[in-house]
Write a protein that binds this ligand. Structure first.
Ligand SMILES: Nc1ncnc2c1ncn2[C@@H]1O[C@H](COP(=O)(O)OP(=O)(O)OP(=O)(O)O)[C@@H](O)[C@H]1O
Ligand SMILES: [Mg+2]
Length: 494
């Protein structure tokens, strides 16, 4: 297992420790990780034992489940071929050994008819799959398709979890408020991830593919990293699970899973699915009204302000800088507000030690959106504020992309990437440096924007995001306040 894999393992144990924390109660249970309390924990909920396949081996965990966790209905649930879990309610009743259902070794001898069926069924399934692929490729109506789709979307046994009308969002809320405040316990994340049915690929980025998947009838997004990019996967999962990061304008993280099938490791990051896709996709397809532009811009500023802000206290959060702000890394939600995504490059600030946890990750941001100080290689990476300033520069470029698509009096410009007119389509750092640092070019702010108050303000914000001196740029909070005032004038609902 790589270092990230070991980190994940450690995290699993941390989540078990969260489960095992003391609860004002009388039921005593076996707890393997409770060395300091003689391997015993106490709870008002239930004793818990679970076995899960981890890297090809059965990993058994025994602990306590608190009442809120019990109410969330996830812990006591076994998942076919993935986990076997039991909850019980008498002292030390979890002092038992569970095993996952045995596979081929315990199969009875099969007759010739049975053997023929075993050979014939996979062949049939394979043929059907080939036919289906051809059918979909040719784009022809296929009566089969609908039937098949219904089948694959059939609720899995895990859906008993949401029988009570709970959505994934409710589940995460329940768990977050009863646990460590950073998301679902890792064993639950694994169970969810391993019971998702992938539906279709919706995008491809530098680090792998993004799929739409189904979990209990709900759409989820699954970002699949190649094992080469294990560090990026681990870092992104780690950042998303920062305490108190959850915010309506930051992509809702659901689960991370590293599944080792013996040959390679599949790395999954599961998040909320937004069917409008990225802001880049959205602006290519749509124009926006003034209200629409303000709503998009305000929601991005709110998300970034939350990310940048340090919240002090035990339930606080560190300041985080994104480092890859661009329209492709922002998703558009159903209500036409945004969620900032792709936190794999982010850095956290430890204000007590005044340190930055720069990940040992070779990935750098997107050249087109890089601030002048990064292109010039003069940014002071020991000062956390520098990273925030660089985010603000990129935010200004995103605002320019949105504002161009704002229709006033029927006039609107076509969608373009920033600097489309001065650098080639896949610019090098040198191309960007020449334009942004040497020639000091910035995207053009059209004269007609002066005729509309909202666009005039957006233009002013952009200019104040693009100063060469990072420290002179606006803060995300200031931008949020300025746009909120616009919002009042324009009477828009964010
Ligand atoms: N949660 C999501 N819901 C819906 N669509 C998504 C989601 N996450 C990503 N996508 C889609 O998948 C595409 C690919 O995303 P990904 O982050 O892998 O690459 P990218 O942002 O296009 O490029 P880069 O690798 O530079 O970040 C996005 O552009 C978007 O259209
Ligand atoms: Mg991306």
């Amino acid at each position: 297992m790589g270092s990230a894999g070991r980190g994940m393992q450690g995290a699993v144990h941390r989540s078990v420790l969260v489960l095992a924390r003391q609860w004002p109660a009388s039921l005593k249970c076996v707890c393997q990780l409770c060395e300091h309390t003689n391997f015993t924990c106490q709870t008002e909920g239930a004793c818990w034992t679970s076995v899960m396949l981890t890297n090809g081996k059965e990993e058994v965990i025994k602990s306590c489940v608190s009442l809120p966790e019990l109410n969330a209905q996830v812990f006591c649930h076994s998942s076919k071929n993935v986990t076997k879990t039991e909850c019980c309610y008498t002292d030390f009743c979890n002092n038992i050994t569970l095993h996952l259902p045995a596979e081929s070794s315990s199969r009875p001898n099969l007759g010739p008819l049975m053997l023929a069926m075993i050979v014939a069924i996979p062949v049939c399934i394979l043929s059907l799959a080939v036919m289906l692929t051809i059918c979909i490729r040719q784009g022809r109506y296929c009566a089969y398709r609908k039937k098949k789709r219904q089948n694959i979307e059939e609720p899995l046994s895990e859906c008993n979890l949401v029988n009570s009308g709970k959505t994934l969002k409710d589940l995460i809320y329940d768990m977050t408020t009863s646990g460590s405040g950073s998301g679902l316990p890792l064993l639950v994340q694994r169970t969810i991830a391993r019971t998702i049915v992938l539906q279709e690929m919706v995008g491809k980025g530098r680090f792998g593919e993004v799929w739409r998947g189904k979990w209990c009838g709900e759409d989820v997004a699954v970002k699949i990293f190649s094992s080469r990019d294990e560090r990026s996967w681990f870092r992104e999962a780690e950042i998303y699970q920062t305490i108190m990061l959850r915010h309506e304008n930051i992509l809702g993280f659901i689960a991370a899973d590293n599944k080792d099938n013996g040959t390679w490791t599949q790395l999954w990051l599961v998040s909320e699915y937004h069917d409008q896709g990225s802001l880049f996709d959205y602006l290519n397809r749509n124009t926006v009204t003034i209200d629409g532009m303000i709503k998009l811009a305000l929601s991005i500023a709110s998300g970034l302000a939350h990310l940048h802000m340090e919240i002090v206290g035990t339930q606080g959060k560190p300041a985080i800088a994104h480092r890859d702000m661009k329209s492709k890394n922002i998703l558009v939600k159903k209500n036409e507000t945004c969620a900032i995504a792709d936190l794999g490059l982010a850095v956290k600030h430890d204000s007590v030690l005044n340190t930055i946890d720069i990940p040992l990750n070779p990935r750098v941001g997107t050249k087109r959106y890089m601030a002048p100080e990064i292109l010039d290689d003069v940014m002071n990476i020991n000062i956390f504020e520098s990273f925030k300033h660089a985010d603000i520069y990129s935010l200004g470029l995103v605002y320019w992309e949105i504002s161009r698509r704002c229709s006033i009096g029927g006039l609107v410009e076509e969608y373009q990437l920033p600097f489309y007119d001065v650098v080639p389509s896949d610019p090098s750092v040198e191309d960007m440096r020449r334009a942004v640092c040497e020639q000091k070019l910035r995207p053009n702010i059209p004269n007609q924007w002066q005729s509309c108050e909202a666009l005039r303000v957006m233009g002013r914000i952009m200019r104040e995001c693009w100063y060469t001196n990072g420290a002179a740029r606006l803060t995300a909070l200031r931008i949020k306040k300025t746009i909120s005032q616009l919002c009042v004038q324009e009477d828009c609902k964010a």
